[in-house]
Design a protein around this ligand. Sequence first.
Ligand SMILES: *Cc1c(COP(=O)(O)O)cnc(C)c1O
Length: 334
Amino acid sequence: MTMNEPKRIHLATLPTPLVRLERLERELGCGPVWMKRDDLTGLELSGNKVRKLEFVAADAVARGCDTLVTEGTAQSNHCRATAAVCAKLGLRSVLLLRPEPKGDPQGNHLLDLLFGADIRCYPRDHFEGDRPAIVDGVLAELSAAGRTPRWVPMGASEPIGCWGYINAMAELADQLGAANMSDCDVVLPVSSGGTYAGAVLGVLLHRLEGVRLLGVPVSDDVAYHTREIGDLCRRCIDEFQLSVDFADAAMRFVDGYVGEGYAIPYASAIEAIRLLARTEAIMLDPVYTAKAFSALLDGLKDARLGRERPVVFVHTGGVFSDFAWPAVLLTERP
Ligand SMILES: *Cc1c(COP(=O)(O)O)cnc(C)c1O
């Protein structure tokens, strides 16, 4: 255990496997490609969010909170994982969703309902314009009703949530050591930033000098992530007195894979989903991992990746949202 590590509640199935994608390598004729299967942290609790929520939930319980309140879209993996954690721990979850989902509940949203989440829906513009007032209003309403709510920021990307991937990097380092690969490129998707922030801090804290972390933004531009994730790292360092030397240069982003915007898929990302499905029987998701994996595939193609050193993709999960996008996944069949 690292010094100053906060308490966690064990919810994820760890360690997740580190596997080599040999059939993909053969298909592409490329160097070694590995995958850290963080899509296998659980079923209902699958993906990266549960690693962060283990710390957030422990904090909430320690403070006597009985309700977690958070926000996202109807296909938010974070909202689904939060609802699952709450069901498991006997807490209540309140999800602020935008925009209001239409039609039969599907994918993550279906699970939110089954996990018993209290769901409030808002038009996107209304939520974005009045966010602080809406959040304060919901927290005040819950308190007035005798609950003790804890707000969880989007993606659980808050300093304590960063511990999920600070620890995941130690776990990965052990597996890399066992496979004799201390030098490698590690590629992962970036959105609310807690995963990448934790990974960067983990690499520094555990002194993994051979690990080069490449974050692939899937929602916002590099300037935004540099500012937000830099800020999150500094807040985490302050709060937990981490003895690391952090500078913005520790963050490396691969630009150009957002497409038209968050959760708007594009052809090469959809193709990445199909490629991995038919070669490895592994499902990526259209919002996060498919975009980051298409960055990895481009890197393999022009030999920026996978030549001198193996490349490791962190599969952060998201499979349930595939079931909300059947038409998109099946159009433009090769
Ligand atoms: C949330 C999420 C991400 C992004 O992680 P952040 O910590 O928000 O940057 C990546 N992949 C999946 C499947 C996610 O649900």
